[in-house]
Design a protein around this ligand. Structure first.
Ligand code: ADP
Length: 291
């Protein structure tokens, strides 16, 4: 059992990065700074998107959140526990589930339900509790019918859902997903995003979704933009999509671009259009006002 001492606590919930720098060294011992003095607070219950071009530090940030990487300077705390404290690292890894880009690198068991049971079994939980967790996780990601299949026989999207279920079986507070949709087709991608929204809204799990595709982040409460290892923006999707910042050149979603084009052409569309539904309502209002 993990004993958490009083001085391990700063605040009870949330993830906090205070002045976090992460340096890597190559074989010639040259230093490369992937994250530079980053300050960031992620509140329990938020859906946070992390965006940024290749090499901006997204994966480094993700791995710092559950202690897979430790900061070179500064500190990362999860529910008040410092990731550098070795006695709390197991608890931090349980609290912060990780799902990576390529599920093939993450799935190790020959059968779906064994894959999901793997984590809880390692916690030495009673069989009944393990079964209960496997059942619930399968149900949440809608894979009950595939429980006896080999993960390697599944589609990319189904494999990602197995990886998410395996993380859920640990009953995490936070789920960090590093480009989970980048290898999926449109349908697989849409399903994963729907599941993430449900996990956040219905099951109260904090989602930290990393993507260089802004379309994936439309439903986030907040988007954090990384650029060359620093936070270059932090705000609602609407605020971030309006940025006309050439140093952080990420394409806003098509709906947002379409609304911008229509406004430039003189159509008086509503503000804050980021979804298809808002675009539909905006156009209907526009048509009504002109007839
Ligand atoms: P992103 O996920 O945004 O593409 P990363 O966090 O993977 O960014 O990488 C940030 C920078 O750190 C990149 O320039 C990358 O080459 C470098 N980097 C990442 N991992 C290592 C490593 N293990 N050793 C040396 N440099 C690394």
């Amino acid at each position: 059992m993990v004993v958490i001492k009083k001085d391990d606590f700063i605040s009870m919930q949330g993830i906090q990065l205070s002045n976090v720098t992460k340096e890597y060294f190559n074989s010639q011992n040259d230093k490369f700074c992937a994250l530079k003095a980053v300050n960031l607070a992620i509140k329990f219950g938020e859906f946070v998107g992390i965006a940024g071009e290749n090499g901006s530090g997204k994966t480094t940030l993700a791995r710092l959140l559950n202690g897979l990487l430790l900061p070179s300077a500064g500190r990362v705390t999860v529910n008040g526990m410092d990731t550098r404290q070795r006695r709390v690292i197991k608890e931090i890894r349980r609290l912060v589930g990780m799902v990576f880009q390529n599920p093939d690198n993450q799935l190790v068991s020959p059968v779906v339900e064994e894959e999901i049971a793997f984590g809880p079994e390692n916690l030495n939980l009673p069989r009944q509790e393990v079964n209960k967790r496997v059942e619930k996780a399968l149900q949440i990601v809608g894979l009950e019918n595939l429980r006896q299949k080999s993960p390697h026989m599944l589609s990319g999207g189904q494999k990602q859902r197995v990886a998410i279920a395996a993380a859920l079986a640990m009953q995490p507070d936070y789920l960090v997903l590093d480009e989970p949709t980048s290898m999926l087709d449109q349908t697989g991608r849409r399903r994963i995003l729907e599941h993430l929204r449900k996990l956040n809204r219905k099951h109260g799990i904090t989602i930290i979704l990393i993507s260089h595709n802004m379309e994936d982040l439309i439903g986030a409460d907040r988007i954090i933009m990384l650029h060359q290892g620093r936070i270059a923006g932090d705000g609602t999707p609407w605020k971030i999509f309006q940025r006309d910042d050439h140093t952080v050149a990420l394409k806003p979603p098509n709906i947002v671009r379409m609304a911008q084009i229509l406004r430039k052409r003189g159509y008086r569309l509503d503000q804050q259009i980021t979804t298809l539904e808002q675009m539909e309502n905006g156009i209907c209002r526009l048509l009504k006002s002109t007839t």
